[in-house]
Design a protein. Structure first.
Length: 382
């Protein structure tokens, strides 16, 4: 799945090469060098985003409309992005951090405050989503939501049915956190996300505790709960489960909605007889948002505004969702999303499910250190 962004870059390069070979230039191009915008800004944009997270025609479409040449690089974790941002001089004009990382990066001063007059398509965004995000970005000053998803339970329908008689058990986090239940799936493969920032809040929520708690004694309760199921966990990984769930070597995962839906689709395309399901448990689950932001030292902020505004056009947002199968926050895009996707409650949760979703907290350095120490204990079985 990570080859798709490379395809985008190759397609983009091909378009530029073709124009050059024909003696043509993009609209607004300087006669003997890089194109420049009306205000003198070079018509170049450097984007850093998650891999496999944009439709194949989005970048070429923006380049054609704007005359701005895009360099599109990819990463696979928020930690990689954060390291670059905190080091400064990342060289990027648009980045896409997840909300809880984004919140503490705001506090570190790494982003430019948005000039909202340059993003008129902000009016297309769902007000409810903007209100949720404002808890970590007060006034929505620094970021624009790009896509959202949930963390839930992915499972092999046939193997769960064989163990429990039906898949009803997947409607509760007890399938994961009750040793008597999870033990029944040990032999067919159990994977948990290798991210304490996901797993510990989920465990706290299941216990009836505040998933945002920074109290070491409360956090210890979550760690003890996860330790109790450790003997039944085959591995901890944050991407490998897509393939193992699709090929049937894993039967239970705690993972991200889009990844599990991709596993389901891969299995269907392969025709291998593996039936993959996804559940948002009845107790509630994390909902996360990935944000579009402009680094404070971005060299092409005007082009960044143009790109962000383009992504908020309803048809563009719908095309991205149709390709990556994550929900976008552009209200006018929903009718343009493929029917099977917009009616899938695992991608667009209904109101009663949304009411039980929660976002992640911005952890202090001390809480992060505690999470890391406890996670090491959990994984090593100490």
């Amino acid at each position: 799945m990570k080859l798709r962004p490379l395809t985008i870059r190759l397609l983009t390069a091909g378009i530029v090469a073709t124009l050059a070979a024909c003696g043509g230039k993009q609209e607004g191009a300087a006669p003997d060098g890089a194109a420049t915008a009306a205000g003198g800004e070079e018509k170049v944009l450097n984007v850093y985003n998650y891999s496999d997270y944009i439709a194949e025609d989005t970048i070429p479409g923006f380049e054609q409309q704007s005359g701005i040449r895009v360099t599109y690089d990819v990463y696979d974790s928020d930690e990689v992005l954060e390291t670059k941002l905190l080091a400064g001089s990342s060289g990027y004009d648009v980045v896409v951090p997840t909300l809880n990382f984004f919140g503490r990066q705001i506090q570190a001063g790494v982003f430019k405050e948005l000039d909202k007059s340059k993003i008129p398509n902000l009016a297309n965004l769902d007000p409810q989503v903007m209100q949720l995000i404002a808890a970590q970005d007060p006034g929505n000053k620094y970021g624009v939501p790009y896509m959202s998803g949930t963390t839930g339970i992915g499972f092999n329908v046939d193997k769960v049915t064989a163990a429990f008689g039906s898949t009803e058990v997947t409607n509760s986090w007890s399938l994961v956190f009750d040793p008597a239940k999870i033990s029944k799936l040990k032999d067919c493969g159990v994977t948990l996300l290798d991210t304490p920032s996901d797993m510990i809040p989920i465990a706290l929520h299941y216990l009836g505790e505040d998933p945002h708690s920074a109290d070491p004694a409360v956090i210890q309760k979550a760690a003890d709960l996860i330790k109790s199921i450790r003997p039944y966990v085959q591995n901890f990984h944050s991407s490998q489960y897509v393939s193992s769930l699709a090929n049937g070597t894993t039967c239970l995962v705690v993972g991200w909605s889009g990844d599990i839906i991709q596993a389901r689709d891969r299995a269907e395309e392969a025709g291998n007889g593996v039936n993959v399901g996804f559940s948002i448990p009845k107790e509630g689950a994390p909902q996360w948002f990935d944000m579009l932001a402009i680094p404070a030292d971005a060299k092409h902020p005007e082009n960044a505004y143009a790109f962000i505004n383009y992504l908020l056009e309803p048809q563009v947002a719908a095309n991205n969702t149709n390709y990556i199968q994550y929900a976008n926050p552009v209200a006018g895009a929903t009718p343009l999303v493929e029917e099977a996707i917009r009616n899938d409650p695992t991608i667009y949760p209904p109101a009663e499910v949304k009411a039980k979703l929660f976002t992640y907290a911005i952890n202090s350095p001390e809480t992060d250190k505690l999470y890391t120490r406890l996670w090491t204990e959990i994984k090593t079985g100490r």
